[in-house]
Design a binder for this molecule. Structure first.
Ligand code: DGY
Length: 325
C-alpha cells in the first residue's frame, strides 16, 4: 500500500514537529485534546487503523486486540516500555509491535541522578524553605544531607539506562554494583569498575543507594517486595525511574514511615496516578510525575523512531525496533 494511504491513528497529542511529520507521510488521525483515549475510542481505533501509535497510558490488552480489525498490522508504540501492550497476543494475531529504545536513555539516566541528589541532598526541603520565605541564613547544621561520592550504588537492571546511570554515577565518585539477568561482558564491567552480584538479596543488603532500572515484566513485578525492602540498610535510599510495579509501594511507604529506609526518589508508581497519599507526606521522599524522558529533544527523537518503524513496515520490511515477546 502507498505510504500516504496507510491509516495511522495516534492516541495522544505528540510534539507538534512529530505530528506534522507523521501527517506529511501518512493518512493520520491525530488527537484533538491532550487526554488518553477512552476504551471505546481505542476500540474504534484498532478496528479502523492499519497502524496504531499508542503510548504507555493506553492499555493494549488481549480484550482490545480481540476487537482489532483485519487491517491492524502494526502497533508502533511511542515509548520504550511495552508493559501496557500484550505483545504475545498481538503476535498471535499477526500484529507487529515496535517501540522507541535508545533515545530516552540519557534523559532517564539524568533524572535518576537528579532523584538521587534530590533525596540525599534534601533539595526539595531547601526549595520549600526558600519558597516559604523561611531562610534565615547559612547555618552549620542546617539541612545536612549525605555525600554520594564513595557510596555504593546498586543498579537493578543493567540495560541501556542502567549503564547510562552507572556512567554518570562513576563521574560522581560512586562505587557501581549491579544485578542483572545476564552478567555484562568483562570489558563493560571494567569500564564502570562495576561489581556484579548474582544474588539480588545480597546486593540489596549492602547498598547505600538502590536504583531500579529494569523493565516491568511478570518476573519483575514486586521484585522489591516487603522481604527485600527489609534487607536494605536503614540508611539506604531507593530511586525508581523505571516502572512502579517493580516496588511494592505500600510496603515501601510503611518502611519509610517506620524509618527502616532513609528515603526514596520516585518518578513512577504502582497504580499510575493513584499515588499512595502517605508517600506525599514524607519529607525524605521526592516524587515526580513520570518525567524521566521528558525533554523536547527526547520526545522528538521518539517520534522519529516511530516514523522510521512505520515507514520501514510500510515498505514491506520488519520495523527496526520490533519487540519480540
Ligand atoms: C517509556 O518510554 O517507556 C518511558 O517510561 C516514558 O517516559
Amino acid at each position: 500500500m502507498p505510504r500516504d494511504r496507510l491509516s495511522v491513528v495516534v492516541t495522544r497529542r505528540l510534539p507538534e514537529a512529530v505530528e506534522t511529520r507523521l501527517s506529511e507521510l501518512f493518512d493520520v488521525t491525530l488527537r484533538d485534546d491532550d487526554t488518553p483515549m477512552s476504551r471505546s475510542e481505542l476500540i474504534a481505533a484498532v478496528k479502523s487503523a492499519d497502524v496504531l501509535v499508542p503510548t504507555l497510558t493506553d492499555e493494549i490488552d488481549a480484550g482490545l486486540l480481540g476487537q482489532a480489525g483485519e487491517r491492524l498490522r502494526l502497533i508502533a508504540n511511542y515509548g520504550a516500555g511495552v508493559d501496557h501492550i500484550d505483545v504475545a497476543t498481538a503476535r498471535q494475531r499477526g500484529i507487529l509491535v515496535s517501540n522507541t529504545p535508545g533515545v530516552l536513555t540519557d534523559d532517564t539516566a539524568d533524572m535518576t541522578m537528579a532523584l538521587i541528589l534530590a533525596v540525599t541532598r534534601r533539595i526539595p526541603e531547601g526549595l520549600a524553605m526558600m519558597q516559604r520565605g523561611e531562610w534565615t541564613g547559612w547555618a552549620p547544621t542546617a539541612l545536612l544531607g549525605g555525600r554520594i561520592a564513595g557510596r555504593r550504588l546498586g543498579i537493578l537492571g543493567m540495560g541501556r539506562i542502567g549503564q547510562a546511570v552507572a556512567r554518570r554515577a562513576r563521574a560522581f565518585g560512586m562505587q557501581i554494583h549491579y544485578h542483572n539477568r545476564r552478567r555484562l561482558r568483562t570489558e563493560t564491567e571494567e569500564q564502570f569498575e562495576a561489581t556484579y552480584w548474582e544474588s539480588l538479596d545480597q546486593m540489596i543488603a549492602r547498598m547505600d543507594i538502590l536504583s531500579i532500572n529494569c523493565p516491568s515484566t511478570p518476573s519483575t513485578f514486586h521484585l522489591m517486595n516487603a522481604r527485600r525492602l527489609k534487607l536494605m540498610k536503614p540508611s539506604a535510599v531507593i530511586v525508581n525511574t523505571s516502572r512502579g510495579e517493580v516496588i511494592d509501594e505500600n510496603a515501601l511507604t510503611r518502611m519509610i514511615r517506620a524509618g527502616d529506609i532513609a528515603g526514596a526518589g520516585l518518578d513512577v508508581y504502582e497504580h499510575g496516578t493513584d499515588v499512595n497519599p502517605r508517600l506525599r507526606e514524607l519529607p525524605n521522599v521526592v516524587l515526580l510525575p513520570h518525567m524521566g524522558s521528558a525533554t523536547l529533544e527526547g520526545r522528538i527523537e521518539m517520534g522519529e523512531k516511530v516514523l522510521l518503524n512505520i515507514k520501514t513496515f510500510a515498505d514491506g520490511h520488519r520495523p527496526p525496533d520490533q519487540v519480540v515477546p
